[in-house]
Design a protein around this ligand. Structure first.
Ligand code: ADP
Ligand code: MG
Length: 681
């Protein structure tokens, strides 16, 4: 087999037909190399041969038996049966749906054979139904041993998968290692060539601290970090520096009803320096919900417009985009800036007009949704692209945004998802980072309370009072990710209950709704047509609901701390006191009590994210999955902290060699090669 065979489609393997290949692909095993990366989660011990009087029902055991009799009843639904025995007893082997000829071959009469499978007891007899392995004595070595166990789905049985995976693992090409031997030894890793075999055929695959596993982690991290640094190299190129006097900016600043926090000033300053620099800006602004990122972007934009360039601001949803548009129109009132708004829904005649005015440079700032990135949209002189709440975009998309802007276009991302420090490099290693660390001083701290769900009745009077006072309420049910049906039914149940108490005042949003249906309900809430919004966590971040002052979060244990913090950040954005009530199902564990304490005490998203990671561990950060933070398969920032640092350093020192052939294997292995080949920008 050729060295490169591991990058071929799985269907190029012997024994993988269209059907099996479909099942494998369902398990995300698309290429041969994915079999290499699919590590066993355990192993089945078939290493001992048992006598028939030593069998234990329910266990998987291996036996050596004599084939005594085959029985093929000609009645539908009755299994074919083979009677076997040894000196100590008898056992029956049963087969449903199998052909006589096949079984006669497998079970030669009056011969000793080896069988391995799960032991049952049926009709007062030991029985194995459809055994995992049946083989002749001379092939015993293949079965009588520890056999790795893989996570498999319907349609793939262990034996079949094993034959495929062995075909791959035994033919792994010997490659020139991209790490040198000293480095490997010194850092407690193993050589690539031995690592894979060990991961599949020893305990190493299940021990995330073994040398082989650590090697895989290190490789995974390097592949990721290489891509990030390559991304950065491609984006941070020379550009024409932007020239501006900040006159417009200072004018707008003076008209604001508040002064910027020190943190906002610092970040704004960093952005302005980038704009005036001779390299392109590629920066992310991180700041808690409500820390005031929008105003910072708005001020930066005024400098870009002053310097004669156009800007575009993209938000993830129509509502958020619209909210930005209204705000910018208001604040830019005293300027001559021309702003416009474009989404997928913009009527054709307006769209045409907008496209024309973008091309002739009449529009200074275009605000909108994804629609801004369509091919047809051509700016005369685009100087800055801002993407709000961007955490759903990956590295590749970031590069595409930058590309779209052209050579002189700066790129600024804004995110409200606080990221633990250890994860910063792996997520945003390609970008410069600015943090808004303080909140506007006037803002009141949100009151956070916890309550057992049993006492939910105590809430109704409180809620009633809120409604009378024309306050609005979020009611969050946990998202059931595996099933949009369950998700719907649990949120719907809650909706029905609350709707009974407060008829015509409640709206519902859940995972199975289409985007436009969601937006419709959100709009009703925003326009105060309803007072309570029941939802799963699908409520978008970023939207300002100035009138929402109470958030009730059910089954709060299901959420990560960082996520709870984000959720509660959606209330108390206006003048009024915000309150967050966490409902819990049963008695609280020690850990849960600690978690609530942190939330009650702290208001700082960055601190909370760190504590969350420490308390729950990376493997358990459910809430992070959606936000793309959990982007590694093997690496864990807590368990492998040393390797995160090591890989960062390694990539820094070896970055210039990225195009060497030895690394192409590594990048391909982790599906990164494609990203790096995105044409130069
Ligand atoms: P986010 O960082 O979540 O995007 P926003 O930019 O939407 O936050 O700001 C939240 C609210 O705080 C807005 O109503 C905004 O006008 C207000 N705000 C922003 N900066 C300040 C400040 N320095 N002082 C007082 N209020 C501010
Ligand atoms: Mg925002």
């Amino acid at each position: 087999m050729k060295k490169d065979f591991i990058f071929n489609d799985v269907n190029t393997l012997k024994g993988v037909g269209p059907q099996l290949s479909k099942y494998l692909k369902k398990k995300k095993i698309e290429k041969v190399k994915d079999i290499i990366l699919n590590l066993p989660y355990s192993e089945t011990d078939r290493s001992k041969l048992f006598k028939l009087n030593e069998l234990e029902v329910g266990k998987t055991q291996s036996i050596k038996v004599f084939v005594k009799k085959l029985n093929f009843p000609r009645i539908r639904n009755l299994p074919n049966k083979i009677l076997c025995e040894d000196e100590t007893g008898k056992i029956e082997i049963a087969y449903f749906n199998s052909r006589e000829g096949y079984l006669r071959k497998l079970y030669p009469l009056n011969k000793w054979i080896i069988i391995s499978g799960k032991i049952n007891y049926f009709n007062k007899k030991y029985q194995i139904t459809n055994p995992d392995y049946v083989t002749t004595l001379d092939k015993k070595e293949y079965v009588i041993k520890n056999i790795p166990k893989y996570n498999l789905t319907k349609g793939i049985n262990e034996k079949k998968y094993r034959s495929i995976s062995e075909q791959v693992i035994n033919n792994i090409p010997n490659i020139e290692d991209w790490l040198n031997e000293n480095f490997i030894k010194k850092n407690n890793l193993s050589m690539w060539n031995e690592c894979i075999k060990k991961l599949h055929n020893s305990k190493d695959g299940k021990d995330n601290l073994s040398k082989s596993y650590r090697r895989l982690v290190f490789d995974e991290l390097c592949a990721n970090f290489f891509i990030l640094s390559e991304n950065r190299r491609k984006i941070k190129k020379e550009k024409i520096p932007k020239k501006f006097t900040k006159k417009k900016m200072n004018f707008i600043k003076r008209t604001l009803p508040f002064t910027l926090t020190e943190s906002q000033e610092n970040v704004l300053n960093e952005i302005n320096l980038d704009l005036a620099d001779k390299k392109r800006m590629f920066r992310i602004v991180q700041g808690d919900v409500g820390s005031g990122k929008t105003i910072v972007s708005l001020l930066a934009i005024s400098n870009v417009i002053e310097s004669g360039y156009q800007c575009s601001l993209m938000a993830p949803t129509e509502i958020l985009a619209k909210q930005h548009y209204e705000l910018f129109k208001k604040i830019y009132k005293g300027t001559n800036f021309k702003i416009d708004f474009l989404t997928g829904k913009t009527e054709n005649r307006y769209r045409k007009e907008i496209l024309k005015n973008l091309e002739n440079g009449k529009i200074n700032l275009l605000i909108g949704t994804h629609a801004l990135f369509q091919k047809k949209i051509i700016f005369k002189k685009l100087g800055l692209v801002i993407i709000d709440e961007q955490h759903k975009f990956g590295v590749k998309q970031r590069l595409e945004f930058a590309k779209k802007g052209g050579d002189n276009c700066d790129v600024l991302l804004m995110s409200a998802t606080p990221i633990p420090r250890t994860m910063m490099m792996s997520l945003y290693g390609d970008m410069d980072i600015s943090k808004i660390t303080e909140k506007p001083a006037k803002r009141k701290k949100i009151i956070t309370l916890s309550k057992p769900e049993k006492k939910i009745n105590e809430l109704w009077p409180f809620i009633k009072k809120q409604i009378i006072n024309k306050n609005q309420i979020f009611w969050v049910c946990p998202l059931i990710e595996e099933s949009s049906f369950l998700d719907y039914s649990s949120a719907k149940k809650k909706f029905d209950l609350i709707n009974k108490k407060f008829p015509n005042k409640v709206g519902l949003i859940h995972g199975a709704l289409e985007k436009h249906e969601k937006e419709k309900v959100l709009k009703q809430f925003l326009n105060k047509e309803i007072s309570i919004l029941v939802s799963t966590t699908v409520i978008e971040v970023g939207i300002d609901f100035p009138n929402a002052n109470l958030i009730i979060i059910e089954n709060a244990n299901k959420f990560g701390l960082a996520q709870l913090h984000q959720l509660r950040g959606r209330v108390g954005r206006g003048e009024n006191q915000g309150t967050c009530i966490l409902l819990f199902k049963n008695g609280l564990s020690k850990n849960a009590v600690k978690r609530i304490k942190i939330l009650k005490e702290s208001d700082d998203g960055f601190y909370i994210a760190e504590e969350d990671l420490k308390l729950r561990g990376f493997g358990d950060l459910i809430g992070y999955q959606q936000s793309g933070i959990k982007n590694f398969r093997f690496s864990d920032p807590i368990i492998h902290e040393d390797l995160f640092k090591l890989a960062e350093l390694y990539v820094q020192t070896n970055q210039s060699d990225i195009n060497q052939k030895k690394y192409s294997f590594l990048l391909k292995l982790f599906d990164k090669a494609e990203i790096i080949n995105v044409e130069e920008i």
